[in-house]
Design a protein around this ligand. Structure first.
Ligand SMILES: Cc1cc2nc3c(=O)[nH]c(=O)nc-3n(C[C@H](O)[C@H](O)[C@H](O)COP(=O)(O)OP(=O)(O)OC[C@H]3O[C@@H](n4cnc5c(N)ncnc54)[C@H](O)[C@@H]3O)c2cc1C
Ligand code: FES
Ligand code: FES
Length: 1275
């Protein structure tokens, strides 16, 4: 790679050295960092923050701007307002370090820590509202809102909701996070404000400035500054070239001198890589952020256009559009509509830095990109100004010309949006699989000049545009032509226009997209919606319901539980914030990858296969090994033991690395090991894998049944294979008055733990120390011993905490830890293997998909008489963890089914082995007191009347109300056992507990509460230590929330034994001194009397409650926009039986989190495969959509069943982590009600229909069965 001065030609290129900087500086939390040419230009800010600045509070997962974990706050010069600055949140995984020259960056560490005692109010709020569970998302959540706060705009409750559109939390269900931040808003609800539990209560924090009170963040304002006026040219030798010109002429010069082969990237926000991940690599980066002109804006007037410079961010553009609409509503009212549309583009942190011009260029390079920016600017009649490097000239073109313009040596300079003509009607749509932060299935813009006085005549050629149809289709030209001079008030016009549209819209067919049929129908539906919207009051109220999209109100939540202080067990039962929460909100909670590197530590990256069901012809790592920093390639030939990372988790081997035949696309062939992570990841992509004997992969249950890959499953309780029966199904079926039969399918679900699978393996004197993100330390130890062929006692496994798991880290984790162990053994150096989201989603199995074939018999009143079910579970390529044997026993749910046959089947497919995932779902019908209580709390009867009335009044919006009870059976299998140890330190009487359970969702808090209660010490004297295989030896997997139950039970027994020993000494002391000794005095005395101050316990199966039932019920109301299929959960009321809750807020958190994860399974979380290769196409945040904060029920009310003491449970409690998951099925029954209402009213069809889940927006629409000819009516 040449330095810039070596480029041929162009005098402008020879910028004097005095005008160039060879390094950049930025401030991170008060420290100035200077970056020279030693790092590649593509280095992301997040890696710099974590690795160079050593600030691990900022987390990372997706690296594509889709999860919000890496959010930091930046203060940068405001080029629009010289001399001023602006502050906003940004994804550190997208910003390039060199582009941050002159920035002041704040990370979570800057806000407040336990040690400087000055938490920011946002941190205090998140803590006080119990807004953390695993805590991995917490820093990103806080920084996003902090960015809004510092941007200078007042934080309102609505702003809080809008702002969290890009932050994913898989644990909490978002409600407590929203409440926490809303409590800090200018319009905070009084009830929220007074609910705040002050963190100072727990960690005495004081403001250094305001004596005696908590800090409002004033202690933390950054002082340091880095002036940046000069331009930069940083040549990073063979790693690429970075230019930061400060004038356009210089940009032209750089472009002109580029060699033909050089691939350049104009880096503005650099967010485009989050969408098109395979663009690049680039040899030249040109950052235009130093060119002030590109930031200019003009608001416009009735005669002058609105103008935006190319670098104007989407956030700023939205402001300009709103100002223009406000100042000149006659000319720019449509810009307000565009502003609203852009508000739904990406997410806050992308919009803060991503430019509209960058978006247009993405459309230019990827014609199929359903760009909202392109479509809306085209509809607004915008004109672009381009600058051309060849002669420094400018030209003006419209958006259509732009798509075919040669941009190889040109750049976009600005866009101008003309005022609209009078009588212009404007409408835009974005139909998405999820409420926010999702690209459109189909987006559309309609612009028509309409003469309202003359029956809504279309007076000129309208503009009708669609995205998401096919790469060459934008204008619905025939429909546009047809509508000229037509009257929209005429039903025949609408039906005919829809027909023409239907015939000209020809969606392409890609496996990852929604079906062509849906997309074509959507285009027609949006046309109808637009016309009805324009006609508005001209049409009747019922029809008018077609016009608007669903309006989501500000969400709210209520939680109720027994607040009676039960002194005899306090602090058990006390609604306390999580113990770790104070460390989580400050970014101090240490997760595996937060631990600093050892000096000789290596990094590994998995090399994944891309073809399922094929033989490996060869693997060639030659190119990878040539890369700087690469140390080795490790594969199956390096495994000294057995090539399988499964021991107790199942009877069948599951290879660490492929040997001969690749069983699934994404199966690792090995790891590349390098001195740094980036080198390892880049090199892994260079390893060539060739396949032969490629067989078409079997990917679904139906394909597996067809291929004969089915075997009968076994009932886990009876240990019998085959059908489990009660009563006489065959006989009853012959006589039942009614029968329904069919099939129900349920797709898979990615666990979406925010901390990816990770491991560190360190060779030691005695063997290996394994740090792992494992839910099951014993299995990790055994798997490592098996793969390395060494004794278990030479392996120490330890886990500090997990950033979520939900079952994925029970056994799948060991793929990563054993791979790292093989590398560490081969190279005899510490090896760290941390996968990214894409790799995690690809290499590891998910929830098992299900299919059930059923026949049900019932009487005239709908009472169940008989049920016959064939259950099929897809276990992936190997049947190690089938859950179907459990479902056999719990399928009845709360219903009494006198005659029942359930036959479990297991099918194998050419996919990664599936695994446990939060609650195998029981779908079906509680304890007498729950349903009546729920009906009252949810005002079920009154609301049912309202819903029926609403459905009568609205043809195109339908509501559904469903009530669903659930019974969840917890069975304590004999192998469920944990080892716990409690230690009282003689020095000061403080208590340490270690147990074999892992996680961080609340287990530690509950365990500490039990220890504090039994020993009679304050909670803050109890600390929970990391889990490891010495003290927690042979412990079972932490899952199904039984870990909390059993560890709490074990600690109770151990503490009781300790307490008894201490009591004996106390009695003797009292007899002698006639006074009560203090705790410290007692502990000291015990120590001097040689009383053992430690106790351990093994939670042997004999004393577990053998099984118990958890009861719950949910009432859910949903509204569907029939024309698009989009829907919103209006309200959900949940009653959950937790026994006597050990910690009500933790339990509420579990209920809400599990419920929302279930909502995801049943609605948005759809996986698609490439049918030819078997690759998972849904392997990132762009493609896979777990619910966001704006997908939760708009009104969520959770009640913990009162007076529900459970005598068999630990201190009267019941486990809560999984049962509420199943309640989410009420979303399906709610949708059934709404869809049935439409089908019955409009098609006269009230028959039963199958509802396979996930019920995506597309599926809901398709189930409604709209026929434009028949349904598009004005009356
Ligand atoms: C998570 C996520 C969700 C998203 N969702 C949506 C969505 O729903 N709808 C939608 O429409 N978009 C969406 N986007 C795309 C987003 O709008 C763009 O990534 C952003 O606008 C690009 O701007 P940028 O400044 O970051 O461009 P960059 O990434 O810096 O650049 C993108 C491309 O533009 C080129 N470029 C930049 N400026 C110029 C210029 N002045 N002249 C010539 N070339 C230039 C660059 O060379 C590069 O090829 C999403 C993006 C992300 C990351
Ligand atoms: S890691 Fe940056 S947004 Fe996901
Ligand atoms: S607490 Fe949000 S992801 Fe775990």
């Amino acid at each position: 790679m040449e330095s810039p001065l070596e480029h041929d030609g162009g005098e402008e290129n020879n910028v004097p050295d005095t005008l160039q900087q060879q390094s950049i500086s930025l401030v991170i939390n008060d420290h100035i960092y200077t970056v020279g040419s030693n790092i590649p230009p593509w280095t992301r800010l997040v890696d710099f923050i974590r690795e160079q600045a050593r600030l691990p509070g900022t987390k990372v997962l997706c690296r594509e701007g889709g999860c919000g974990l890496c959010t930091v706050v930046a203060t940068v010069p405001d080029h629009e307002k010289p001399g001023q600055e602006k502050t906003f949140s940004v994804h550190a995984c997208q910003a390039l370090v060199y582009a941050c020259a002159g920035w002041r960056v704040e990370t979570i560490e800057q806000l407040g820590t336990r040690f400087d005692s000055s938490y920011h109010p946002l941190q205090r709020a998140l803590h006080g509202f119990y807004g953390t569970q695993c805590g991995f998302c917490s820093p990103g959540m806080i920084m996003t809102i902090y960015g809004q706060l510092k941007s200078g705009h007042p934080i309102t409750s609505a702003k809080v909701e809008e702002s969290l559109d890009g932050n994913i939390c898989r644990c909490t269900g978002y409600r407590p996070i929203l409440d926490a931040f809303k409590s800090q808003s200018v319009d905070a609800d009084e009830q929220l404000k007074c609910r705040l539990v002050d963190i100072e209560e727990v960690y005495k924090g004081h403001c250094k400035k305001k004596k005696g009170s908590g800090c409002g963040g004033c202690c933390k304002d950054m002082k340091k500054d880095v002036a940046l006026t000069r331009e930069q040219t940083i040549s990073t030798t063979e790693m690429g070239q970075w230019y930061r010109p400060t004038s356009l002429i210089r940009v032209y010069s750089i472009l002109k001198n580029l060699r033909t082969k050089e691939k350049f990237h104009i880096a503005v926000g650099n967010t485009g890589q989050g969408v098109f991940k395979d663009d690049g690599p680039y040899s030249v980066y040109i950052s235009t952020v130093g060119i002030k002109d590109l930031y200019s804006t003009r608001v416009g007037s009735t005669s002058a256009p609105v103008v935006l410079g190319a670098n104007v961010s989407l956030t700023r553009a939205i402001e300009v559009f709103r100002d223009a609409a406000l100042e000149s509503p006659g000319a720019f009212a449509h810009l307000d509509i565009i502003a609203k549309h852009w508000q739904f583009v990406a997410n806050v942190s992308v919009r803060n830095i991503g430019s509209w011009a960058g978006n247009l260029m993405m459309k230019h390079s990827h014609r199929g990109f359903q760009s909202d920016i392109y479509l809306t600017l085209l509809a607004a009649g915008a004109e672009l100004t381009l600058g051309h490097a060849a002669d420094a000239s400018t030209s003006h073109i419209n958006l259509e010309q732009f798509l075919v313009a040669d941009m190889s040596r040109s750049i976009i300079l600005s866009v101008s949006l003309p005022p609209a003509l009078p009588n212009t009607k404007f409408r835009t749509f974005k139909i998405t699989p999820r409420a926010v932060n999702a690209h459109a299935y189909v987006n559309a813009c309609f612009r028509m000049e309409v003469d309202i006085e003359n029956d809504y005549e279309v007076t000129s050629r309208p503009t009708i545009l669609f995205g998401g149809i096919n790469p060459s289709f934008i204008h619905a030209a025939n429909t546009e032509e047809f509508l000229i001079g037509r009257k929209l008030n005429d039903n025949a016009t609408i039906v005919e226009a829809a027909k023409i549209l239907g015939s000209e819209v020809k969606p392409d067919n890609h496996p990852q997209d929604a079906s062509p049929k849906y997309r074509a129908q959507l285009a027609q539906a949006l046309l109808f919606k637009t016309v009805i919207g324009f006609l508005d009051k001209v049409v009747g109220v019922r029809v008018r319901s077609a016009g608007p999209v669903i309006d989501r109100p500000l969400s709210s939540g209520k939680q109720s539980f027994d607040m009676k202080k039960e002194e005899e067990v306090w602090p058990v039962g006390e609604p306390l914030p999580k113990l770790e929460s104070a460390a989580q909100i400050s970014g101090e909670a240490t997760y595996l990858d937060d631990v600093p590197y050892l000096p000789n530590e290596l990094h590994a990256a998995l090399v994944l296969t891309t073809q399922a069901n094929a033989k490996i012809k060869f693997v060639d790592a030659t190119e990878a090994l040539k890369m700087n920093g690469v140390v080795n390639f490790v594969d199956a030939s390096d495994i000294p033991g057995q090539n399988s990372f499964v021991v107790e988790a199942g009877p069948y081997p599951d290879p660490v690395f492929v040997e001969e035949r690749c069983l699934y696309a994404g199966q690792p062939v090995g790891v590349v090991v390098a001195e740094d992570r980036n080198a390892a990841i880049c090199a892994a992509k260079l390893v060539k894998v060739e396949y032969e004997d490629i067989q078409r992969p079997v990917l679904t249950i139906k394909e597996a049944i067809k291929a004969g890959r089915v075997k009968v499953g076994q009932n886990v309780e009876s240990f019998r294979a085959g059908t489990s029966s009660q009563g006489d199904v065959e006989g009853t079926m012959k006589t039942v008055p009614h029968k329904v039969s069919g099939e129900l399918s349920q797709g898979t679900q990615y666990h979406f733990h925010m901390e990816a699978l990770a491991a560190r393996v360190i060779p030691t004197e005695e063997g290996y120390d394994v740090f792992s993100t494992s839910q099951w330390i014993t299995e990790t130890q055994s798997a490592t011993a098996q793969v390395l062929n060494i004794p278990a006692n030479s392996i120490n496994v330890s886990v500090r905490r997990l950033g979520g798991a939900f079952g994925s880290k029970i056994s799948r984790q060991n793929l990563v830890s054993t791979a790292a162990a093989v590398a560490a053994r081969k190279l005899q150096r510490p090896v760290r293997l941390v996968v990214d989201l894409n790799t995690n989603m690809t290499c590891a199995g998910w929830r098992e998909p299900y299919c059930s074939k059923y026949e049900v018999g019932f009487d005239d009143a709908g009472k169940l008489l008989a049920l016959k079910v064939e259950l099929y579970s897809d276990v992936g390529h190997v049947p190690n963890e089938p859950s179907v044997g459990i479902l056999v026993n719990v399928l009845q749910n709360v219903y009494y089914i006198p005659n029942l046959d359930v036959t479990p089947h297991i099918v194998t497919t050419d996919t990664a082995a599936n695994t446990w995932c939060r609650s195998p779902v029981e779908r079906n019908v509680v304890k007498d007191d729950i349903i009546p209580l729920l009906k009252v709390k949810a005002a079920y009867r009154e609301r049912m009347i309202e819903v029926e009335q609403y459905n009568q009044d609205n043809r195109w919006k339908k509501r559904g109300l469903s009530i669903m009870p659930a019974r969840y059976t917890y069975v304590y299998l004999p192998e469920w056992a944990f080892r716990v140890q409690v230690t009282i330190y003689q020095h000061d009487g403080t208590v340490a507990v270690s147990h074999g359970g892992v996680m961080g969702q609340g287990i530690n808090t509950k365990v500490a509460q039990v220890a504090a209660y039994v020993l009679g010490v304050p909670l803050n004297q109890v600390k929970i230590k990391a889990t490891e295989t010495m003290i927690g030896a042979n412990s079972y997997v932490t899952g199904a929330f039984l870990g909390s139950d059993l560890c709490a039970h074990g600690v109770k027994v151990a503490c009781t034994a300790l307490h008894q020993r201490l009591e004996e000494v106390k009695t003797r002391m009292k007899a002698k001194t006639r006074k009560e000794p203090t705790w410290q005095e007692l502990v000291k005395k015990c120590h001097s009397d040689h009383v053992d101050l430690t106790e351990h316990y093994w939670t042997a199966a004999k004393e577990h409650p053998q099984s118990y039932e958890v009861w719950s019920a949910c009432c859910l109301e949903i509204e569907v926009d029939i024309l698009t299929g989009m829907y919103m959960i209006r309200r959900a009321d949940i009653i959950q039986d937790c026994g006597r809750s050990m910690n009500p807020f933790l339990d509420v958190g579990q209920v809400e989190g599990a419920f929302l994860m279930g909502i995801g399974l049943f609605t948005t979380e759809l996986v698609k495969y490439d049918p030819a290769t078997g690759q998972k196409l849904s392997n990132g945040t762009w493609e896979y959509k777990p619910p966001t904060a704006l997908d939760i029920p708009a009104d969520l009310r959770v009640t913990l069943l009162p007076n529900a003491m459970h005598p068999k449970g630990v201190l009267g409690s019941k486990a809560t982590g999984e049962p509420p998951f199943c309640l989410a099925y009420s979303v399906v029954t709610g949708l059934r009600h709404a869809i049935t209402a439409f089908r019955t009213d409009e098609n006269g069809d009230d028959s039963w229909f199958e509802m396979d889940v996930p019920l995506t927006v597309e599926k809901v629409h398709q189930l409604c069965g709209i026929n434009p000819d028949h349904h598009f009516k004005l009356e």
